[in-house]
Design a protein around this ligand. Structure first.
Ligand SMILES: Nc1ncnc2c1ncn2[C@@H]1O[C@H](COP(=O)(O)OP(=O)(O)OP(=O)(O)O)[C@@H](O)[C@H]1O
Ligand SMILES: [Mg+2]
Length: 346
């Protein structure tokens, strides 16, 4: 709790206001992100979860103007980073923010690293570009960075190419590049998904260390709720391009108020049970809506056994969940804890 109140006293680093992104393809429009709003404070780690296609990647890519337009289209919103709207910055100013104030790491290091350029040059490039370092200083710093992400013999390996490193090492190199300019915000989109479990745990430990060391805020996008529990202060659940629940991780996981969040939590295996006795996963029935034809009401209503008539008419605004921790916000017309409790009464 002390940690939460310390976080809320800091000024907002990032303020996303009503962000909406669409993709236009001849005569159809995909409504990928539909009015996402949230605030991130300095040093805060936000975990973003939600099933495939819920708009997790598109919303962060749109923030940095990394979506090709067309087919993408900004349908509204503001993204204030340190008070300046990234969506209206000039290109040179935006380039300074990308890689300078904001670092990012994406899922597939092979497609983000240049295969024909040595790792040393790739790691030093942002240092020269954004921090104005000379070649020698940048090379020295690149070695320190690779040491920091625990690439063995960094000084010797600087002149090697990406294919000479293992998948886990390439991901660490991406993280080294993401944090090289000491960003105030690191955005990691499925940054550890492709890694095996021990390497994944290592990378997460590393990000936590760096967070402590340089005090950066983090947006961590993942399918893995366990990772979110381990790394995040705040969790944000997305469905059909909207935020349906958001709040302190412990509170949201212990006391979910949106039926989709509850479904996600119930689909987790109980890892504390002995192997063989682990409860079968309960999948959420049904499929997410086709976002070319967004439904009129709450997009989760057709899959939600707790949905009320009103859910089919309009989506509830994201608002403080009654009786939950301050800052635990939910979009729901129904009272989930009461409905769940009523079910379990014999
Ligand atoms: N280039 C594109 N053209 C058309 N539609 C797109 C494009 N990129 C994304 N979309 C659509 O936007 C929606 C949101 O996609 P997004 O990639 O943000 O999902 P996600 O939550 O990151 O999913 P995942 O967990 O699979 O990474 C999806 O319906 C997707 O099909
Ligand atoms: Mg994605």
């Amino acid at each position: 709790m002390a940690q939460t109140s310390a976080l809320t006293e800091r000024p907002p680093l990032l303020e996303v206001r009503d962000l909406a992104v669409q993709f236009v393809d001849r005569d159809t429009v995909v409504h990928a992100v539909n009015g996402v709003s949230y605030t991130l404070r300095e040093g805060e780690t936000l975990g973003v979860v939600g099933e495939s296609g819920s708009g997790k990647s598109v919303h962060v890519l749109a923030m940095l103007r990394l979506i090709p337009m067309p087919p993408g289209r900004l349908a509204g919103g503001q993204v204030l980073f340190e008070g300046r709207d990234l969506l209206t910055l000039s290109d040179p100013e935006l380039r300074k923010v990308r890689g300078g104030g904001v670092g990012f790491v994406f899922q597939d290091p092979m497609s983000s690293l240049n295969p024909s350029m040595t790792v040393g040059l790739q790691v030093s490039e942002p240092l020269r570009l954004h921090l104005g370092m000379g070649a020698d200083a940048a090379r020295k710093r690149a070695i320190e960075l690779l040491d920091m992400v625990r690439i063995p013999n960094a000084a010797q390996r600087l002149d090697q190419y990406p294919h000479e490193f293992s998948g886990g090492q390439r991901q660490r190199i991406m993280i080294a590049m993401g944090i090289s300019c000491r960003p105030k915000l690191l955005i990691a989109d499925e940054a550890t998904t492709a890694l095996d479990v021990t390497v994944q745990a290592d990378v997460i430990e590393l990000v936590k260390e760096l967070k402590r060391e340089i005090g950066m805020a983090v947006i961590w996008i993942t399918h893995d709720l366990g990772v979110v529990a381990g790394i995040a202060d705040t969790v944000q659940v997305m469905y059909a391009g909207r935020v349906v629940e958001r709040g302190p991780v412990d509170d949201v996981f212990r006391d979910p108020r949106n039926a989709y969040t509850l479904g996600l939590l119930r689909s987790l295996p109980d890892l504390s049970a002995p192997v063989g006795q682990r409860r079968r996963l309960t999948q959420i029935d049904g499929a997410p809506p086709d976002m070319r034809f967004p439904p009129k009401g709450d997009p989760f209503a057709p899959r939600n056994r707790y949905a009320t008539a009103r859910c089919f008419e309009e989506a509830a605004p994201l608002a403080q969940a009654p009786g939950a921790a301050p800052g635990h916000l939910v979009s729901a017309w129904y009272d989930l804890p009461a409905l769940v409790a009523a079910e379990t009464v014999p």
